[in-house]
Design a binder for this molecule. Sequence first.
Ligand SMILES: C[S@@+](CC[C@H](N)C(=O)[O-])C[C@H]1O[C@@H](n2cnc3c(N)ncnc32)[C@H](O)[C@@H]1O
Length: 248
Amino acid sequence: MKEKNKLIKTHKKLNPLSIFVPEIYEFILKREIIITADGSTTIHMPDWNEQYHSKHGAIQEAYHVFIKNGLETHAGADLSILEIGFGTGLNCFITLLEASKRDLKIDYVGVEAYPIQEDEILQLNYVSELESRNFAHKFEEMHLLHWDERQRVHEDFFLTKRQQFINDIDDVNKFDLIYFDAFGARVQPELWTENIFQKMYTSLKKNGVLVTYSAKGSVRRAMQAVGFTVTRLPGPPGKREMLHALKP
Ligand SMILES: C[S@@+](CC[C@H](N)C(=O)[O-])C[C@H]1O[C@@H](n2cnc3c(N)ncnc32)[C@H](O)[C@@H]1O
């Protein structure tokens, strides 16, 4: 009952048109923590047989797709990033570690409709797997921050966690880079459509880039249809390819 009240409170902040979605998601779908092939944890959703990250290695996937083919391809030291699906905070945490190594100034917006719970956060082993004990409190802090407020996490790293549905994103010319990390098109096809990629395109600055682990033909075509120049790149362990989409 307590859970239900909490959920109703959450609903009020969200678009009423989308209200049916969280009920399906939170009441039917279970979440459990599992260990992936590189030793790092992720969340498994048995009802969908879907994970928050690749079973072949959560950290390896995040580094390959979002850091090597995303963050590292950006020339400037000043960068605004939109993450689609903040989830466990792994991509945000890795970006923070990389930014602090390379003196980058980052404005990071993580969109998430269904934040994970404290007991789940405590079971995630990213701090130890990334040998980043000095940043342990930063990982906690990222999760403890209030939603919908821009706050400094570390030196030049600012984070805004937005409790928002992807469909409600309406930013214009704001981001240099998008980490598109929604669940796969097999389980959430509505998030891999022209409609959503049009929103992503509009939210990017000129020469902005979107990277994603998916390499599906239908996803590539939806991106191209809204104007992206799409390149297939070698994928992370366990995946042949991934997509890099440029707003020309
Ligand atoms: C593949 S997981 C993301 C993993 C995340 N990037 C991480 O590193 O943990 C997809 C995320 O999208 C969120 N999500 C699913 N549907 C959504 C929607 N319609 N709007 C916003 N977030 C959504 C899920 O709750 C989940 O956290």
